[in-house]
Design a protein around this ligand. Structure first.
Ligand code: NAP
Length: 483
C-alpha cells in the first residue's frame, strides 16, 4: 500500500502505550472486499490478555481522571489535528479494508475528527449544579465524574468515526478506553491509535485490541473493573452484550440497527426529495444504520418521483473505491450480498417490480447493482428487515395517518426522514414518528453537534453533542449539613 506515513499501517494491538502481538501468536486475516485479496493479519487477543489490558486501563484511570479538562482538551485537539493532517492515508486504509469510495472515506475521517474537536472543546463544560435546599443549615451540590474504564465495541461500516465518536467523549471527561473494532476493518482503528499515541495520551488511556468478538466481548462486559460498555452494531449482538453487562450492572450505550422510513408528501420539493433519498439510501452502498430502507411516496407524485429517482440511480458508478469516479463500492462480504439477493427475490415474489438494477453486478465478487423496486408489498421481508445494501423499496400511500402508522410499524427507531413544505404537517409528523432522529427536508442529518441515537430496539444513549458526555459521566449528589 502506498502511504505517505507508513507508520499508520499497524498489524499489532495498541496496549498500555505499546504495540503488541498476542502471546498465542494467533492472528486474523483481513481482506479487501473489492478484490478479496488478503491485506494483512492482526492479533487474535484472548480473554486473559483482555483482562490485563483492563487492569492497565484502570491504573491509567487513577491519573487521567485527575488531569484538568484543559490538559485533556489539548491532547484531544492534537489528535484531531494529526488525523486531519493524515486524512489521505487514513482514507486509503479505510477504502482498502471497507470498500467505500475514497471520497466517502475522506468524509468519514473528517467527520471522525470533528467529534474529537467538538469534545476537546466540550471537555471544559462539564458543569455541576447547586440546588436550593429547602432545609435550614444544609446545602445540595451536584458534581459529575467520569464513570471509569470504558469498553467500546465498534462495527465495520464506519470503522474510524464510530471509534472517535465514543472515545473522544469518554476521554474528554476523564475515562480510559479499550476499543475492540470489527474484525473486518481493524486497520482504520489501529491507524487512529498510532495518531493517539503521537498526540500524547498517557499509557493505558487509549487502547485498541483485535480478536475474537465473543471472547473479548465477554471479558469487557463481565469484568467488574469496566464500568461502561458502548456498542455500535446489530440489535442481535447488542442484546447479548446487554445480558452480559447485567451481571455487573454496567452503564451501557447501544447504537443498534435501524430501518428508516423516508416519506415524500405531495407538497414536497421533489428534486430535493430525490437528492435526499439518494444521499440517505446509497451512501456506503446502503450499509449505514440510518439508511432509508422504506421509501413511502404519496400517490399523487409517485410516478414522477419514481422516474426522477430511477434516473439518478442509473448514474451511480459502481466499482473499486480506490478508482476515481466511483461512487458505490462493494458490499462488505458474501453473506451481506446473499441477504440483498434474498430480499430482492422475496420482494419480487410478493409483487414488486424492478425499476432498475435487481441483480448482482457484472463486476462479480461482492458487488450488487444499485436497485429501485416499485409497488413493494408491505408483506415483503424488506418491509420488516434491515437490508444493509443498495436496494430502495418504494411504497405508495394516500394519507398522513396511513403513512405514520406504516413508518412506525417496526421494532426499530433510529432515523426517519420526510419531505414536506407544510409547517402544520411538519410538526405533526415530526412529533408522531417514533424515532430518535427525525430529519426533515435533509438527507444527511449526522454531525458532531447533534445527539445521535435511537429508541425501541435501535438502542439507548446518545453520541455527539453535549448530551453525548452524559453517557460517560456519573452524577454525584453531595449533601452538606452543619452550615
Ligand atoms: P455486528 O455483527 O453486531 O458487529 C459489530 C461489532 O460487534 C463488531 O466489532 C463485532 O466483532 C462485534 N461482535 C459480534 N459478535 C459479538 C459478540 N458476541 N460479543 C461481542 N462483540 C461482538 O454488526 P455489523 O454487522 O458489524 O454492523 C452492522 C449493524 O450495525 C447494522 O445492524 C447497523 O444498523 C448497525 N449500526 C448501527 C449504528 C448506530 O449508530 N446505531 C451505526 C453503524 C452500524 P467481529 O467483527 O469481530 O465479529
Amino acid at each position: 500500500m502506498e502511504l505517505n506515513n507508513k507508520s499508520l499501517f499497524r498489524q499489532e494491538c495498541f496496549v498500555n502505550g505499546n504495540w503488541v502481538k498476542s502471546h498465542t501468536e494467533k492472528t486474523l486475516d483481513v481482506n479487501n472486499p473489492a478484490t478479496q485479496e488478503i491485506i494483512g493479519k492482526v492479533p487474535n487477543f484472548t480473554a486473559q490478555e483482555t483482562k490485563s489490558v483492563i487492569e492497565n486501563a484502570n491504573t491509567a484511570f487513577e491519573t487521567w481522571k485527575n488531569t484538568t479538562a484543559k490538559e485533556r482538551s489539548v491532547i484531544l485537539k492534537k489528535w484531531c489535528d494529526l488525523i486531519i493532517e493524515n486524512v489521505d492515508d487514513l482514507a486509503k486504509i479505510m477504502t482498502l479494508e471497507q470498500g467505500k469510495p475514497l471520497a466517502e472515506s475522506k468524509g468519514e475521517i473528517l467527520m471522525g475528527a470533528s467529534y474529537i474537536e467538538f469534545y476537546a472543546e466540550e471537555a471544559k463544560r462539564v458543569y455541576g449544579d447547586v440546588i436550593p435546599d429547602p432545609r435550614p443549615g444544609k446545602r445540595i451540590v451536584i458534581i459529575k465524574q467520569p464513570v471509569g474504564v470504558v469498553g467500546a465495541i465498534t462495527p465495520w461500516n464506519f470503522p474510524s468515526s464510530m471509534i472517535t465518536r465514543k472515545c473522544a467523549a469518554a476521554l474528554a471527561v476523564g475515562c480510559t478506553t479499550i476499543v475492540k473494532p470489527a474484525s473486518q476493518t481493524p486497520y482504520s482503528a489501529l491507524a487512529v491509535a498510532e495518531l493517539a499515541n503521537q498526540a500524547g495520551f498517557p499509557k493505558g488511556v487509549f487502547n485498541i485490541i483485535t480478536g475474537s468478538a465473543k471472547e473479548i466481548g465477554k471479558e469487557l462486559t463481565e469484568n467488574p473493573i469496566v464500568r461502561k460498555i458502548s456498542f455500535t452494531g446489530s440489535t442481535e449482538v447488542g442484546k447479548i452484550l446487554l445480558q452480559q453487562s447485567a451481571s455487573t450492572v454496567k452503564k451501557v450505550s447501544m447504537e443498534l440497527g435501524g430501518h428508516a422510513p423516508f416519506i415524500v408528501f405531495d407538497d414536497a420539493d421533489l428534486d430535493e426529495a430525490v437528492l435526499g433519498a439518494m444521499q440517505s439510501k446509497f451512501r456506503n452502498s446502503g450499509q449505514t444504520c440510518i439508511c432509508s430502507n422504506r421509501i413511502f411516496v404519496h400517490e399523487n407524485i409517485y410516478d414522477e418521483f419514481l422516474k426522477k429517482f430511477t434516473d439518478e440511480v442509473s448514474k451511480i458508478k459502481v466499482g473499486n473505491g480506490l478508482e476515481s469516479g466511483i461512487v458505490s463500492g462493494p458490499l462488505i462480504d458474501k453473506s451481506s450480498l446473499e441477504k440483498v439477493i434474498d430480499h430482492v427475490q422475496d420482494a419480487v415474489n410478493t409483487g414488486a417490480k424492478i425499476a432498475i438494477g435487481g441483480d448482482i453486478h457484472s463486476l462479480g465478487g461482492n458487488f450488487y447493482q444499485p436497485t429501485v423496486l416499485s409497488n413493494v408489498s408491505t408483506k415483503a421481508k424488506i418491509t420488516f428487515e434491515e437490508t444493509f445494501g443498495p436496494v430502495a423499496p418504494l411504497y405508495k400511500f394516500s394519507s398522513d395517518e396511513e403513512v405514520i402508522k406504516l413508518a412506525n410499524d417496526t421494532p426499530y427507531g433510529l432515523a426517519s426522514y420526510f419531505y414536506s413544505r407544510d409547517i402544520g404537517r411538519i410538526w405533526n409528523v415530526a412529533e408522531a414518528l417514533e424515532y430518535g432522529i427525525v430529519s426533515i427536508n435533509n438527507g444527511l442529518p449526522t454531525i458532531a453537534e447533534v445527539p445521535f441515537g435511537g429508541v425501541k430496539e435501535s438502542g439507548m444513549g446518545r453520541e455527539g453533542s453535549r448530551y453525548g458526555l452524559d453517557d460517560y459521566l456519573t452524577i454525584k449528589y453531595i449533601s452538606m449539613g452543619g452550615i
